[in-house]
Write a protein that binds this ligand. Structure first.
Ligand SMILES: O=C[C@H](O)COP(=O)(O)O
Length: 233
């Protein structure tokens, strides 16, 4: 992305679908889900990013421009084996990454290094945090996004925006206090358009969702329902 495009991107709402390692997206099904996301993104002029499993990143990124890694390793370019690193995935058209997801936590010095590395590569960084105090700590690194996710609600079908609205409003404040360009996303248990609307009402710039889409019987219908919540906000 060139500079102007990066700015436009950061000004719009963001809807991230993390495929995790659900069986529903194994093999060629990841590309199918990414295609549905791209279709609805285009229809509503909405930013929808997909995070397929690591081994499918390049394949999905061949046909979709909005692909982030679920995780990256802070290993060097060169003689490192079995790690997935920013410089190399960028060459497969991967545009950003989740960092420190609740299911793949890393030490704070690595979070800091990865945010810097992604910035230098003009890739988008999404640092996942579990509570408001972590939102404040990591917002000061100025990642593009902080994604707040109370771990106990992940995969529960009980939306953070309804179960713990205060964690979103408090995190919005924490991120603002950092006084930089970082914006807040939220996730955990989001399964409906009203969950999304509520998150946006509370001040989130977007959402990070997995099971609510991946496990839906009809992917396109579910993505459309979430997308409409963004469009109607
Ligand atoms: O990365 C996604 C989050 O962990 C949320 O997962 P969930 O939508 O299944 O609760």
């Amino acid at each position: 992305m060139i500079y102007g495009q990066v700015q436009d991107f950061l000004n719009s709402n963001l809807f991230i679908i993390n495929f995790k390692n659900y069986d529903e997206i194994s093999g060629t099904k990841s590309a199918r889900l990414a295609k549905s996301a791209a279709k609805i993104a285009k229809k509503h002029k909405l930013k929808i990013v997909v995070c397929p499993p690591q081994h499918l990143l390049a394949e999905v990124a061949r046909s979709s421009s909005d692909v982030y890694a679920q995780h990256l390793d802070n290993s060097k370019v060169g003689s490192t084996t079995g790690y997935v690193i920013p410089e190399i995935v960028k060459k497969s058209r991967v545009a950003g990454a989740l960092i420190n997801h609740s299911e793949h936590r890393i030490p704070s010095n690595e979070i800091e290094d990865l945010v810097k590395r992604l910035r230098e590569l003009q890739m988008i960084s999404v640092v996942c945090v579990q509570d408001v105090s972590e939102a404040w700590v990591y917002a000061q690194l100025n990642p593009d996004y902080i994604a707040i996710e109370p771990p106990e609600l992940i995969g529960s079908g009980k939306a953070v925006s309804k179960e713990k609205p205060e964690i979103i409003t408090e995190s919005v404040k924490a991120v603002k206090k950092a006084n930089n360009s970082t914006q807040l996303l939220c996730g955990a248990g989001i399964v409906s358009g009203t969950d999304v609307s509520k998150a946006l009402e509370l001040g989130a710039k977007g959402i990070l969702v997995a099971s609510g889409i991946v496990k839906a019987k009809n992917w396109e219908r579910a993505i459309e329902e979430f997308a409409l919540a963004f469009v109607r906000k």
